[in-house]
Design a binder for this molecule. Structure first.
Ligand code: NAD
Ligand code: UDP
Length: 341
């Protein structure tokens, strides 16, 4: 069975390809390489023993999408491709709406033409806005705090509307909390371009000596130690959640919504200490001003996914920090361009 994985050379998409292959499902990747490298394909092959079919191109290219659906017997789509930097989205809202929203519509149009109605969407905890209460349940109120967040919320709403009038669709919205970590082999991981926006890659780059000091954005939040609290989830647990979602929901028309998180809140300082434990290194940090748009606390109630999908995150915080560090040490500059194997 083949599944089209848009954004499949990216961080979460590439790890999900490993989980799909392990489950006997063949990923067909479409990626424009705007935020990933071709070398990822070599690594997927090295780790899994299988090189995924790859189309280099854009989800906004309707003719290319039609060709892929003609050439491949695609049973469904897992849609990762998106621009994802919250800060950048406030500077470039048009690009975010164009890429994420127009791109998703173009993809959905091609799926309808091809008669393919199984869709898993990479949503985010960002659709909960600034939560009034935690843990977050799938029916907690939604809001958006940035153009990026609005793309996720608007796509969720578009998908809901479409599913309501056309019951052929099986739509699964997976709301990720904070994916970190890397494949345990150390061969695949997160490879942000430029200065990392996210906490874990910033910490690993300080540890490896690429950056001097971690800036902790605020220690005056109403949390256990004043720093923000998030629900960090190992990227392989997240990847396996997609396989479960496909296996359970793919066959069932309807709208399915799941949080993918651990249910544990970890503060920025706790993460710095956990990383120090895993690496044996002290992480140089300083407290700086709050980052605009950050919410104090955000963690999941993941019990619906456990109940209905039979999925639960199993990897610990120590697994996450160890695997992130292992990946960074083996690949100090991330994926370097490699010859094709
Ligand atoms: P990523 O940037 O590593 O992967 C996204 C991939 O999509 C990249 O390889 C990029 O080249 C590709 N892409 C972007 N626009 C494209 C286009 N128009 N056509 C074809 N390919 C395109 O990001 P990621 O962290 O793997 O995130 C994957 C998805 O999960 C995104 O939709 C993101 O919004 C969502 N998400 C991520 C996080 C997170 O913290 N990483 C949290 C919640 C949700
Ligand atoms: N953070 C930080 N320094 C950094 C990057 C992030 O202090 O260089 C904090 C950030 O303020 C937030 C937490 O780490 O409280 C997680 O941030 P990230 O961007 O990884 O995830 P998100 O804010 O999207 O949940």
């Amino acid at each position: 069975m083949k599944i089209l994985v848009t954004g499949g050379t990216g961080y979460i998409g590439s790890h999900t390809c490993l989980a799909l292959i392990a489950a006997g499902i063949e990923p067909v990747i479409l990626d424009n390489l705007s935020n990933s490298k071709l070398a990822v394909l070599n690594r997927i092959e090295a780790v899994s023993g299988q090189r995924p079919l790859f189309y280099q191109g854009d989800i906004r290219d309707a003719a290319l999408l039609d060709r892929i659906f003609q050439e491949q017997p695609i049973a469904g789509v897992i849609h990762f491709a998106a621009l994802k930097a919250v800060g950048e989205s406030t500077q470039k809202p048009f690009e975010y709406f164009e890429n994420n929203i127009a791109g998703t519509l173009t993809l959905l149009g091609a799926m309808r033409r091809a008669g393919c109605f199984r869709f898993i969407f990479s949503s985010s905890a960002t659709v909960y806005g600034d939560p009034k209460t935690v843990p977050l349940r799938e029916d907690s109120p939604r809001a958006s705090l940035s153009p990026y967040g609005r793309t996720k919320l608007m796509i969720e709403q578009m998908l809901e509307d479409m599913q309501q009038v056309d019951p052929r669709w099986s739509i699964t919205l997976l709301r990720y909390f904070n994916p970190i970590g890397a494949h345990a082999s150390g061969q695949m991981g997160e490879d942000p371009q430029g200065i990392p926006n996210n906490l874990m890659p910033y910490i690993t780059q300080v540890a490896i000596g690429r950056r001097d000091c971690l800036n902790i954005f605020g220690n005056d939040y109403p949390t256990k130690d004043g720093t923000c609290v998030r629900d960090y989830i190992h990227v392989m647990d997240l990847a396996e959640g997609h396989v479960k979602a496909w296996q359970v929901c793919g066959e069932q028309a309807g709208l399915h919504i799941y949080n993918l998180g651990t249910g544990q809140g970890v503060s920025v300082l706790e993460m710095v200490h956990a990383f120090a434990r895993a690496s044996g290194l002290e992480i140089n940090y300083k407290i700086v001003a709050r980052r605009p748009g950050d919410v104090a606390e955000c963690w999941a109630d993941p019990s619906k996914a456990q109940r209905e999908l039979g999925w639960k995150a199993t990897r610990t915080l120590d697994d996450m920090t160890r695997d992130s560090w292992c990946w960074q040490q083996a690949n100090p500059n991330g994926y370097e361009e490699e010859a094709h194997v």
